[in-house]
Write a protein that binds this ligand. Structure first.
Ligand SMILES: C[S@@+](CC[C@H](N)C(=O)[O-])C[C@H]1O[C@@H](n2cnc3c(N)ncnc32)[C@H](O)[C@@H]1O
Length: 197
Protein backbone atom coordinates (compact mmCIF):
# COMPACT_ATOMS: atom_id res chain seq x y z
CA UNK A 1 0.00 0.00 0.00
CA UNK A 2 1.14 3.52 -0.81
CA UNK A 3 3.14 5.09 2.07
CA UNK A 4 0.97 8.21 2.29
CA UNK A 5 -2.28 6.25 2.32
CA UNK A 6 -0.90 4.15 5.13
CA UNK A 7 0.13 7.32 7.03
CA UNK A 8 -3.33 8.89 6.65
CA UNK A 9 -4.90 5.64 7.82
CA UNK A 10 -2.58 5.31 10.83
CA UNK A 11 -0.45 8.45 11.34
CA UNK A 12 2.94 7.81 12.93
CA UNK A 13 6.06 9.78 13.86
CA UNK A 14 7.01 13.18 12.46
CA UNK A 15 5.35 12.55 9.10
CA UNK A 16 2.11 11.57 10.83
CA UNK A 17 2.22 14.69 13.01
CA UNK A 18 2.79 16.89 9.95
CA UNK A 19 -0.01 15.21 7.97
CA UNK A 20 -2.42 15.58 10.91
CA UNK A 21 -1.92 19.35 10.71
CA UNK A 22 -2.62 19.28 6.98
CA UNK A 23 -5.82 17.32 7.73
CA UNK A 24 -6.87 20.03 10.21
CA UNK A 25 -6.76 22.55 7.38
CA UNK A 26 -8.32 20.42 4.65
CA UNK A 27 -11.01 18.90 6.93
CA UNK A 28 -12.09 22.07 8.76
CA UNK A 29 -15.37 22.42 6.86
CA UNK A 30 -16.21 18.82 7.72
CA UNK A 31 -15.53 19.45 11.43
CA UNK A 32 -17.94 22.40 11.26
CA UNK A 33 -20.56 20.31 9.45
CA UNK A 34 -20.34 17.62 12.16
CA UNK A 35 -20.61 20.26 14.87
CA UNK A 36 -23.80 21.64 13.36
CA UNK A 37 -25.48 18.32 14.27
CA UNK A 38 -24.40 18.42 17.92
CA UNK A 39 -26.50 19.98 20.67
CA UNK A 40 -25.33 21.20 24.03
CA UNK A 41 -24.93 18.63 26.78
CA UNK A 42 -24.67 15.72 24.35
CA UNK A 43 -22.41 12.75 25.08
CA UNK A 44 -20.31 12.43 21.94
CA UNK A 45 -17.79 9.87 20.67
CA UNK A 46 -15.34 10.70 17.88
CA UNK A 47 -13.89 7.75 15.96
CA UNK A 48 -10.41 8.47 14.57
CA UNK A 49 -9.81 11.77 16.39
CA UNK A 50 -6.34 12.27 14.85
CA UNK A 51 -4.56 15.12 16.66
CA UNK A 52 -7.75 16.06 18.55
CA UNK A 53 -8.54 19.29 16.72
CA UNK A 54 -12.21 18.47 16.11
CA UNK A 55 -12.85 17.52 19.75
CA UNK A 56 -11.16 20.76 20.83
CA UNK A 57 -13.46 22.78 18.54
CA UNK A 58 -16.52 20.98 19.93
CA UNK A 59 -15.45 21.68 23.51
CA UNK A 60 -15.03 25.35 22.71
CA UNK A 61 -18.50 25.63 21.16
CA UNK A 62 -20.29 23.28 23.60
CA UNK A 63 -18.47 23.46 26.94
CA UNK A 64 -21.05 21.11 28.50
CA UNK A 65 -20.59 18.35 25.92
CA UNK A 66 -19.20 15.10 27.33
CA UNK A 67 -16.51 14.01 24.92
CA UNK A 68 -14.92 10.65 24.18
CA UNK A 69 -12.57 9.54 21.42
CA UNK A 70 -10.91 6.44 20.01
CA UNK A 71 -8.00 6.19 17.59
CA UNK A 72 -5.71 3.33 16.65
CA UNK A 73 -2.65 5.60 16.49
CA UNK A 74 -0.65 5.86 19.71
CA UNK A 75 1.19 8.91 18.36
CA UNK A 76 -2.11 10.71 17.62
CA UNK A 77 -3.37 9.75 21.08
CA UNK A 78 -0.33 11.40 22.73
CA UNK A 79 -0.74 14.62 20.73
CA UNK A 80 -4.52 14.77 21.33
CA UNK A 81 -4.12 14.07 25.08
CA UNK A 82 -1.83 17.10 25.39
CA UNK A 83 -4.13 19.28 23.33
CA UNK A 84 -7.33 18.33 25.17
CA UNK A 85 -5.98 18.00 28.73
CA UNK A 86 -8.96 16.68 30.72
CA UNK A 87 -11.63 17.88 28.33
CA UNK A 88 -12.14 14.50 26.64
CA UNK A 89 -11.66 10.84 27.57
CA UNK A 90 -9.40 9.36 24.91
CA UNK A 91 -8.58 5.73 24.17
CA UNK A 92 -6.16 3.94 21.87
CA UNK A 93 -8.68 1.51 20.40
CA UNK A 94 -9.94 0.08 17.15
CA UNK A 95 -13.50 1.13 16.32
CA UNK A 96 -14.17 -2.53 15.48
CA UNK A 97 -14.30 -3.14 19.21
CA UNK A 98 -15.32 -0.03 21.14
CA UNK A 99 -14.45 0.01 24.86
CA UNK A 100 -17.86 1.37 25.89
CA UNK A 101 -21.15 0.02 27.24
CA UNK A 102 -24.26 -0.36 25.13
CA UNK A 103 -26.44 2.75 24.72
CA UNK A 104 -23.71 5.17 25.81
CA UNK A 105 -23.75 8.05 23.31
CA UNK A 106 -26.13 10.63 21.91
CA UNK A 107 -23.88 11.06 18.88
CA UNK A 108 -20.97 9.25 17.23
CA UNK A 109 -19.03 11.36 14.74
CA UNK A 110 -16.17 10.63 12.39
CA UNK A 111 -14.28 12.60 9.75
CA UNK A 112 -12.19 11.25 6.90
CA UNK A 113 -11.90 7.75 8.32
CA UNK A 114 -14.38 5.15 7.02
CA UNK A 115 -12.28 4.15 3.98
CA UNK A 116 -9.50 3.11 6.38
CA UNK A 117 -11.64 0.69 8.40
CA UNK A 118 -10.74 -2.93 7.73
CA UNK A 119 -14.20 -4.22 8.66
CA UNK A 120 -16.77 -1.45 8.10
CA UNK A 121 -19.64 -3.72 9.10
CA UNK A 122 -18.06 -4.43 12.48
CA UNK A 123 -17.49 -0.71 13.06
CA UNK A 124 -21.08 0.14 12.14
CA UNK A 125 -22.33 -2.61 14.49
CA UNK A 126 -20.26 -1.13 17.28
CA UNK A 127 -21.57 2.35 16.53
CA UNK A 128 -25.11 1.03 16.67
CA UNK A 129 -24.46 -0.86 19.91
CA UNK A 130 -22.96 2.14 21.70
CA UNK A 131 -25.51 4.71 20.45
CA UNK A 132 -28.54 5.42 22.60
CA UNK A 133 -31.91 4.80 20.97
CA UNK A 134 -32.48 7.55 18.38
CA UNK A 135 -28.85 8.61 18.76
CA UNK A 136 -27.13 9.87 15.62
CA UNK A 137 -24.06 8.83 13.64
CA UNK A 138 -22.52 11.64 11.59
CA UNK A 139 -20.00 10.63 8.92
CA UNK A 140 -18.12 13.30 6.99
CA UNK A 141 -15.73 12.20 4.28
CA UNK A 142 -13.98 13.03 1.04
CA UNK A 143 -15.60 11.31 -1.96
CA UNK A 144 -12.32 11.21 -3.90
CA UNK A 145 -10.59 9.37 -1.05
CA UNK A 146 -13.56 7.02 -0.63
CA UNK A 147 -12.90 5.70 -4.09
CA UNK A 148 -9.09 6.01 -4.38
CA UNK A 149 -8.20 4.82 -0.87
CA UNK A 150 -10.75 2.01 -1.09
CA UNK A 151 -9.29 0.78 -4.38
CA UNK A 152 -5.68 1.10 -3.20
CA UNK A 153 -6.42 -0.88 -0.04
CA UNK A 154 -8.76 -3.60 -1.20
CA UNK A 155 -9.51 -3.09 -4.85
CA UNK A 156 -13.12 -4.17 -4.43
CA UNK A 157 -14.94 -0.90 -3.86
CA UNK A 158 -16.19 -1.98 -0.44
CA UNK A 159 -15.37 1.41 0.98
CA UNK A 160 -17.72 3.34 -1.27
CA UNK A 161 -20.36 5.55 0.30
CA UNK A 162 -23.28 3.54 -1.15
CA UNK A 163 -21.97 0.29 0.35
CA UNK A 164 -21.64 1.90 3.73
CA UNK A 165 -25.18 3.28 3.55
CA UNK A 166 -26.57 -0.13 2.57
CA UNK A 167 -24.73 -1.86 5.42
CA UNK A 168 -25.97 0.77 7.85
CA UNK A 169 -29.54 0.27 6.64
CA UNK A 170 -29.31 -3.48 7.30
CA UNK A 171 -28.13 -2.71 10.82
CA UNK A 172 -31.06 -0.37 11.46
CA UNK A 173 -28.98 2.77 11.21
CA UNK A 174 -31.29 4.77 9.00
CA UNK A 175 -29.93 7.44 6.68
CA UNK A 176 -31.82 10.61 7.65
CA UNK A 177 -29.80 13.24 5.79
CA UNK A 178 -27.06 13.90 3.24
CA UNK A 179 -25.26 17.12 2.49
CA UNK A 180 -22.55 18.28 0.10
CA UNK A 181 -19.70 20.22 1.69
CA UNK A 182 -17.91 21.93 -1.15
CA UNK A 183 -16.80 20.00 -4.23
CA UNK A 184 -15.82 16.57 -3.00
CA UNK A 185 -16.78 16.40 0.66
CA UNK A 186 -19.98 14.98 2.04
CA UNK A 187 -21.92 14.51 5.25
CA UNK A 188 -24.16 11.52 5.88
CA UNK A 189 -26.28 11.40 9.01
CA UNK A 190 -27.87 8.21 10.36
CA UNK A 191 -30.21 7.55 13.25
CA UNK A 192 -30.44 4.42 15.35
CA UNK A 193 -33.81 2.73 15.45
CA UNK A 194 -35.75 5.27 13.45
CA UNK A 195 -38.31 2.85 12.07
CA UNK A 196 -41.20 4.97 13.31
CA UNK A 197 -39.87 7.94 11.31
C1 LIG B 1 -7.23 10.61 7.73
S1 LIG B 1 -7.04 10.58 9.47
C2 LIG B 1 -8.33 11.75 10.00
C3 LIG B 1 -8.07 12.29 11.39
C4 LIG B 1 -9.14 13.24 11.91
N1 LIG B 1 -10.45 12.63 11.90
C5 LIG B 1 -9.16 14.51 11.11
O1 LIG B 1 -10.07 14.65 10.28
O2 LIG B 1 -8.29 15.35 11.32
C6 LIG B 1 -7.77 9.01 9.93
C7 LIG B 1 -7.68 8.73 11.43
O3 LIG B 1 -8.48 7.58 11.73
C8 LIG B 1 -7.74 6.71 12.57
N2 LIG B 1 -8.26 5.35 12.34
C9 LIG B 1 -8.17 4.61 11.20
N3 LIG B 1 -8.77 3.42 11.34
C10 LIG B 1 -9.28 3.41 12.60
C11 LIG B 1 -10.02 2.44 13.34
N4 LIG B 1 -10.35 1.25 12.82
N5 LIG B 1 -10.38 2.74 14.62
C12 LIG B 1 -10.02 3.93 15.17
N6 LIG B 1 -9.32 4.88 14.51
C13 LIG B 1 -8.96 4.63 13.24
C14 LIG B 1 -6.29 6.92 12.16
O4 LIG B 1 -5.35 6.51 13.12
C15 LIG B 1 -6.26 8.44 11.88
O5 LIG B 1 -5.95 9.18 13.04
Amino acid sequence: MNYFISQFGHPRGKTGKFLSKIMNISNKKMYKANMSKIKKGMKVLEIGFGNGKQLQMIKKTYPNAILYGVDISKDMYCIAEQRLENNAKLYIADAESLPFDDDSFDAVITTDTFYFWNEPEKVLSEIKRTLKSRGIFVNTFNTMYASSVGKARKGDGIYQECTLIETARRLDLKLIGRKKIGLCKRLNIFRKGDNDG
